[in-house]
Design a protein around this ligand. Structure first.
Ligand code: AMO
Length: 446
């Protein structure tokens, strides 16, 4: 293992010998001196080499230095190298106030000189060369933030007695709807890629697990090319027993988000401000809650009429209601609640006195949906009736209905798109920017 010092730790070290390793960001090859900006996963540092261009009588012992100079002259952008040299703090150096004078240099992996992408390249082109695109500090930060965010959620869950489950992604039936379903050959039969862990989250309630979570891939055969859809995404899911209504699920949801945002702000707040120009806000609880019907009215009063009146909020409606909530409550989040049964899946519990409405919500963050949650229907006879009502044959759902035949306590939960949270948190234009490797209708590579 190369003994190396992370570049971010150099500033705290005293002047003296160090080894650093990373890839070449720039080379300035001047007549008398050469500069390399070397980057690793934590930062960038200037390396300097007094150029020895030819061997003379005076520098007869400098064959090694001559070789280093020649190597640097031939370095391509992106080449991985490690160097050992002398660290020197010098406030005149713009980059971090320090530089390392190269003693020895080892090229670990050469890059070909043609750079396929530049800062001007299109998003699609950058996706073609994602591994190079990911070398940018902004990209590196995104995945550090994702790590911190997920860790904070897990810490919350572990401290609150949740069990982590890993549910299968190969299924015998659809989990959300027959639309947007990937079907594949599975030996003598067909299988489907899980659109959500929905049924297995609910199964855990019958298994007596009480509170569970999962962070895992979900698949949707969605042919659209929007900035917020992918055919494979990471779904953050939780499900808990003994809820009285969707209100209990919303409480859990907002507490979790506060835990996640607090951790991200603490650890990366300064870097987010520096690289994205954003002063990240940790949301306050409770998040505003607005019944969907009321939200549509608010949006209509602002002059935007959702094209199909009985439909879900559309993207423009989501932007409008978020703008309203920001103006009125100064909040970036809003729960839209009590969706119509007609636009919700059969497993959502309906209102006691009004079965046209459900105990459900969507969570909107800065103008875009990041999550759906609900109390579930746990009474088998009502559940079967609701499935029929949606044109489903209970026979197709036997394995699922069996959970309820043996008892499932009242429960509820939510599913949240991880990339959507990151995209909106960091004000990115597309989930492609915050997805390690995006999958869409025309993208299966790299
Ligand atoms: P829903 O279908 O609304 O609900 O999905 C939950 C959340 O997952 C994210 N999401 C997506 N992200 C990227 N690309 C997609 N194609 C995509 N589709 C969904 C969104 C969305 O809000 N079983 C329910 C959840 C539950 O009730 O527990 C479900 O899957 O952020």
């Amino acid at each position: 293992m190369t003994e190396r010092i992370l570049i971010k730790n150099l500033s705290a070290r005293e002047d003296g010998p160090v080894t650093v390793a990373g890839w070449v960001e720039t080379v300035r090859d001047q007549k008398k001196v050469q500069f390399i900006v070397l980057r690793d996963e934590t930062g960038a540092v200037q390396l300097v080499n007094p150029a020895v261009r030819e061997l003379t009588d005076e520098n007869a012992g400098s064959a090694h230095t001559l070789a280093v100079t020649e190597t640097i002259s031939g370095l391509a952008h992106g080449t991985f190298l490690s160097i050992t040299g002398e660290l020197k703090h010098d406030e005149r150096v713009k980059l971090g106030g320090l530089e390392v004078k190269i003693g020895s240099l080892e090229v670990a992996a050469e890059a070909i000189p043609e750079t396929p992408i530049t800062s001007e390249s299109s998003l699609d082109k950058r996706m073609d060369w994602r591994f190079l695109d990911l070398r940018r500090p902004e990209q590196n930060l995104i995945f550090r933030i994702q790590t911190t965010f997920e860790h904070a959620l897990r810490t919350y869950w572990v401290e609150n007695d949740f069990i982590e489950v890993h549910t299968p992604k190969l299924m015998a039936s659809a989990s959300e709807s027959r639309a947007e379903l990937f079907e594949l050959d599975y030996f003598e039969t067909k299988a489907y890629l899980a659109q959500s862990p929905q049924f297995f989250k609910q199964m855990a309630q019958s298994a007596g697990f009480g509170k569970i979570f999962e962070i895992a891939p979900a698949f949707r055969a969605d042919p659209s090319f929007t900035s917020r859809h992918s055919t494979e995404f990471t779904s953050v899911d939780a499900e808990i027993s003994w809820v009285d209504s969707h209100e209990d699920v919303m409480k859990l949801h907002e507490e979790l988000l506060v835990a996640g945002f607090t951790a991200v702000k603490e650890k990366h707040g300064a870097a987010i401000a520096e690289l994205f120009g954003i002063d990240l806000e940790v949301p306050t609880v409770p998040f505003p809650r607005i019944p969907l019907a009321e939200a549509k009215q608010i949006v209509a009063d602002r002059g935007y009429v959702i094209p199909r009146a009985d439909d879900d909020m559309d993207p423009e409606g989501e932007r409008q209601i978020s703008a309203y909530v920001k103006e009125k409550y100064g909040h970036d989040f809003v729960f839209l609640t009590d969706y119509a049964s007609s636009i919700r899946p059969f497993y959502h519990r309906r209102h006691e006195g009004d079965p046209s409405l459900t105990n459900s919500y969507d969570l909107i963050y800065n103008g875009t949906e990041i999550s759906t949650g609900a109390q579930r229907e746990h009474r088998i006879d009502v559940l079967i009736e609701q499935a029929r009502d949606k044109g489903m044959e209970p026979e197709e759902l036997e394995f699922y209905l069996d959970f309820f035949r043996y008892g499932v306590p009242p429960h509820g939960g939510f599913g949240m798109g991880l990339a959507r949270v990151l995209m909106l948190m960091l004000q990115q234009q597309s989930i492609r920017e915050v997805t390690y490797l995006f999958r869409g209708p025309t993208r299966l590579l790299p």
